[in-house]
Ligand binder design. Structure first.
Ligand SMILES: [Cu+2]
Length: 381
């Protein structure tokens, strides 16, 4: 009876999987009905596989032990048995159909983006996410906020190391949120495990996904498609708020945008002090430029040019402003005109012209940046 004991032991070893349902070893159940469905589907298929495993191995070991040569057993001869062949075709066929039915149901539910309450365009961009609330006039970039010091071990790593951003995506609970995914450069993938949403963001294409989050909270994910050097540094953070809080938040975003526009307009007649621009510029540089041009300003030879001693950085101011505003098409140097305010660009230009031994002494004002934007617009006319 050894074979039976072995089979029972094996089954017992498998049983704790039920207890593992909410552990680090299993898939997470998430916070949406779909993520729960995906989890249930995963457990169903897993248990079917286990049951098949138990049955097949039990028969196999029983046969090996009971029909072993030392017992003097003569092997059965049933070549080309139609009965057996029909059975071993029909049984797996039935099992596969039984698996395909719930899998297809879940997949169709995941793909159904119709009747959404709100639509958000998600754009991957080396190496940050851009969120646009369609029809609301609200959009912003979401950039990783983990400090360089934590990354290089000069500082203890925080609780949400590499999974924190300056501005999370905010969505309302209980509402169907549709996502339109695309990319500015290479293929990224927007992934929040708690929502069971993982969708490629492809340049030139729009993919769709959706979620309806039941509970308020902060949910974290990452880019899930190898997208270059800082692929591991473009986390996704989503904050689900009650619909009332969400409306308050959305209204505050709209008024903040208006204020920023007014503040930018007001800046045009002002002359900002150099130290204010330097401080602003350093913050901008570390958040938006250091990933490529490096905190040291030395770049990565052959890939990202150094800012220290660069002929552009120490050359004519207008050319320097232009490359930041409009990027250099066809290279990883992207256009920052839409991402950064004129004050931020004035700051980063001033900062780079007076750091790492660059000592041009130039102070660039927001009005100069605006003048370059206007010049570009004139050109386009
Ligand atoms: Cu990416």
């Amino acid at each position: 009876m050894k074979a039976y004991r072995f089979a029972v032991g094996w089954l017992a070893a498998m049983l704790p999987t039920a207890a593992l349902s909410n552990s680090d070893y299993n898939m997470r159940q998430g916070v949406t009905d779909i993520s729960q469905q995906v989890y249930d589907l995963h457990m169903t298929i897993f248990l079917i596989c286990c049951a098949i495993g138990v049955v097949v191995f039990a028969i196999m070991f029983w046969a090996i032990i009971h029909h072993r040569k030392s017992k003097g057993v003569t092997p059965a001869q049933f070549h080309e048995s139609t009965k057996v062949e029909i059975l071993w075709t029909a049984i797996p066929f039935v099992i596969l159909i039984a698996m395909a039915v719930p899998a297809t149901k879940t997949l169709i539910a995941m793909e159904d983006t119709s009747k959404a309450d709100i639509t958000i365009k998600v754009t991957g961009s080396q190496w940050k996410w851009h969120y646009e609330y369609m029809g609301e006039g609200v959009d912003f970039y979401s950039v990783m906020s983990t400090s360089q010091d934590q990354i290089s071990d000069k500082e203890a790593k925080g609780e949400n190391y590499l999974l924190e951003v300056d501005k999370p995506l905010v969505i309302p609970t209980g509402k169907k949120v549709r996502f339109l995914m695309t990319s500015d450069d290479v293929i990224h993938s927007w992934w929040v495990p708690d929502f069971a949403v993982k969708k490629d963001a492809n340049p030139g294409f729009i993919n769709e996904a959706w979620t309806r989050v039941n509970d308020e909270g902060i949910y974290r994910g990452q880019c899930a498609e190898l997208c270059g050097k800082d692929h591991g540094f473009m986390p996704v953070v989503v904050e689900a708020k009650s619909p009332e809080d969400f409306d308050v938040w959305l209204a505050s975003q709209k008024s903040a945008k208006l204020e920023a526009e007014q503040a930018s307009a007001a800046l045009l007649d002002q002359t900002l002090p150099k130290d204010e621009l330097m401080a602003e510029g350093e913050t901008v540089y570390m958040a938006y430029c250091a990933a490529c041009h490096q905190p040291t300003g030395l770049g990565l030879p052959g890939v990202f040019p150094a800012m220290k001693g660069s002929p552009v950085v120490t050359g004519p101011i207008n050319d320097h402003i232009d490359i930041i505003l409009h990027g250099r098409p066809g290279t990883a140097m992207q256009a920052f005109a839409k991402q950064l305010s004129i004050k931020q660009i004035a700051g980063v230009v001033t900062f780079k012209r007076n750091t790492w031994g660059n000592d041009t002494g130039d102070v660039v004002q927001p009005s100069q940046v605006q003048a370059r934007l206007d010049a570009k617009q004139e050109e386009g006319k």
